[in-house]
Design a protein around this ligand. Structure first.
Ligand SMILES: Cc1cc2nc3c(=O)[nH]c(=O)nc-3n(C[C@H](O)[C@H](O)[C@H](O)COP(=O)(O)OP(=O)(O)OC[C@H]3O[C@@H](n4cnc5c(N)ncnc54)[C@H](O)[C@@H]3O)c2cc1C
Length: 320
């Protein structure tokens, strides 16, 4: 018996949401008295694979033959790794790859599937997990009633803890049909910056910024804080910012530890994608802006006065 965790990589390094999934899987394994095994694929550095041990994986099954984006073969890899290790629970991070592979793997394993877990299981007989529903407006406790269960964990739902351990690496060759696709290149849309869904801090701005030429301080603040940048939907629609930065009901859903919203009104459709953030800071010149109701901290003020002061304060703090 074991708990299996699917891990993904970018630029040959395991991603942060995979580390979170391993932390989650290791806790589940410890709770049910078994080991946590990771499964990975493609071109990943040996050091990154063995570092999975720090997060709680005993070993990593690694298949070098599958290319990034080959979802059809990836779900077969997970199925076969699950059968090899007699896994009772399979854990995914709910990142872009996890969103595609997890439901297919669950179907192949005839397993119950919970997508978007936000906490560790509250019970194991049967496995019961809390997840967000209605765009984060409510929680549901969901049970899995199949012998094998698949759980996909929302990014930033668990605290990452590490030890000095390292995982052993076992080469694993899944039996796969020929690949139906070939990924030629994977390029982050936002260049080398922090990935929005994995960012612990997000600096986001809306129509209150008046125009794309005013994003300098937003970007500067993000760089100083090691944050990703995001925006409201109209800002992306009018072309002030790229579409991949649009957060909300129809954009990317995020759960950073800190979300700073500048010149964004806080419409329900925007909140739907960001209300899982641990701390929300709102900067808006209108004291009646709905976003203040969801904020942990608010500054009523003109962004063009507040933002330069904030950038300066963070710069000083970092220099000190
Ligand atoms: C079906 C549907 C889906 C949608 N999905 C999304 C979605 O996924 N994400 C999303 O964001 N929206 C979405 N929307 C749009 C949403 O309803 C709002 O219209 C949008 O979020 C408003 O964007 P905004 O806050 O940037 O702009 P505005 O509503 O124009 O608000 C601008 C804010 O900036 C403030 N402001 C102005 N000047 C300054 C200044 N100098 N300093 C400080 N503050 C200032 C104003 O007080 C105001 O609160 C959706 C709408 C629909 C109908």
């Amino acid at each position: 018996m074991s708990v299996l965790v699917f891990t993904d990589s970018l630029n040959k390094e395991i991603t942060k949401s995979s580390f979170e999934a391993v932390v989650y899987g290791a806790k589940v394994a410890s709770d049910i008295g078994t080991s946590c095994i990771a499964v990975s694929y493609g071109d990943v550095t040996e050091s990154s694979l063995s570092a999975l041990g720090k997060y709680g994986a005993l070993k990593v099954l690694h298949d070098t033959s599958i290319a990034s984006g080959d979802i059809q073969n990836l779900h077969l890899l997970v199925k076969q790794a699950c059968e090899k290790e007699s896994s009772k629970v399979v854990v995914f991070g709910l990142d872009f790859t996890g969103k595609s592979v997890a439901p297919m793997a669950a179907a192949a394993l005839k397993a119950g599937y919970i997508s978007g877990a936000i906490d560790y299981p509250s019970s194991y007989q049967p496995i019961t997990v809390k997840k967000n529903v209605f765009s984060g407006k409510a929680f549901a406790n969901v049970q899995i009633n199949t012998p094998v269960g698949v759980v996909a964990v929302l990014p930033n739902s668990v605290k990452i803890t590490t030890t000095d351990a390292s995982a052993s690496i076992e080469l694993f060759k899944a039996t796969l049909p020929g690949s139906k696709i070939k990924t030629l290149e994977t390029k982050l849309k936002g260049g080398e910056g922090v990935t929005l869904t994995e960012a612990e801090i997000v600096v986001s701005a809306g129509r209150g910024m008046k125009g794309p030429e005013n994003w300098g301080d937003v970007e500067e603040l993000a760089i100083l804080l090691g944050a990703a940048t995001a925006c409201s939907r109209p800002v992306a629609d009018i072309g002030w910012r790229p579409h991949h930065e649009h957060v909300g009901q129809t954009g990317v859903a995020i759960r950073p530890n800190l979300y700073i919203a500048i010149g964004i009104s806080g419409a329900i459709q925007h909140l739907a994608g960001v209300n899982g953030s641990k701390i929300i800071v709102v900067i808006n010149k209108d004291p009646e802006a709905p976003f203040f109701k969801a904020a942990d901290y608010g500054i009523v003020g003109d962004a063009f006065d507040v933002l330069p002061k904030l950038v300066e304060a963070v710069r000083k703090l970092k220099a000190a």
